[in-house]
Design a protein around this ligand. Sequence first.
Ligand code: ACO
Length: 341
Amino acid sequence: MTTGNSGGGCVKKDKENGVIRSVITGCGSYLPARVMKNQDFEGIVETSDEWIVQRTGIRQRHIAAEGETTADLGENAARAALADAGVAVDDIDLIILATSTPNNTFPATAVEIQSRLGMHHGAAFDSQAVCSGFVFALTTADQYIRTGFARRILVIGSETFSRILDWTDRTTCVLFGDGAGAVVVEAAEEAGTIADRGILTAHLRSDGSHKSKLYVDGGPSTTGTVGHLRMEGREVFRHATGMIADVIEAAFAATGLSSDDIDWFVPHQANKRIIDSSARKLGIAPEKVVVTVDRHGNTSAASIPLALCEAVRDGRIKRGDLVLLEAMGGGFTWGSVLLRW
Ligand code: ACO
């Protein structure tokens, strides 16, 4: 699935000559207080700091406190994003939460966050594409904005993966962490060229034939339990760089832009080796790559907004910069969003 244009303007016309773009006007993030370092695993499973750092680049991750939920993390990130955008909740039309670790099977955790924010108008729903969740949710928000269905959307990625890990399985439990990130996306009238602010193009893909390589072995309609994450890590790794390159090349083809034009590459943070090899393959210079996996681990749908917000907050990403987001995850699902900040 492909959205956006090639710089020529095939998106919905707003005024006579312009187009509607989805511009990120604020971002916020939240990490649970508890930090778990690699060394802390040494008494839990047979592993070592050296193995984890060498294979993944991860040094630590944050773990939600007992009773601290995906809704708690997401609410904190959402409030920070609203404050950063200078927007009141009354001005939000829609909330989309990307998560694979909802508070309950239903209702959607987005609805819980909506209620906690004191929002009784509009709508809220969850979107589920595992580690590609934020890219899928942001692309969905872009569609609603460009069609005029909504003018201001809160997009949240929030996860408590610590709750679905098998803490006796060293091949998976060392890889993931908890956290949340959120952005406010607003409609803006732009000229319809690649110089516009906002989302220029987005590309989504999935292929369910890879289900068995990365999945959770439980669910309401199968076991009646929540289940645990299972992954054939080597198989995921084998497919990751090709799938990532596929959606990034699609973004370049759609816009006529190239890796030389990119100011910041904000990939899903699963593994430093995957990030490095993707950047190398695409010719993106290492100093343009935003990396948080060393401190956050893999926070699934939260990883991109966490990394994005960090780079905005510390002044790396500035207005007018060209920012490339990409993710690949369970399903498999994969996608890219190319935007001008
Ligand atoms: N500590 C010590 N040894 C370990 C650990 C550990 N934590 N985990 C595995 N090992 C061992 C294995 O048992 C194996 O031992 P053996 O050779 O005696 O059998 C050895 O290390 C090598 O195992 P591999 O799985 O081949 O290691 P690899 O180099 O592939 O690294 C990893 C594993 C890090 C999981 C890697 O494959 C990877 O990152 N895969 C991609 C994961 C990913 O990106 N997921 C993203 C999507 S996540 C989502 O969508 C939810």
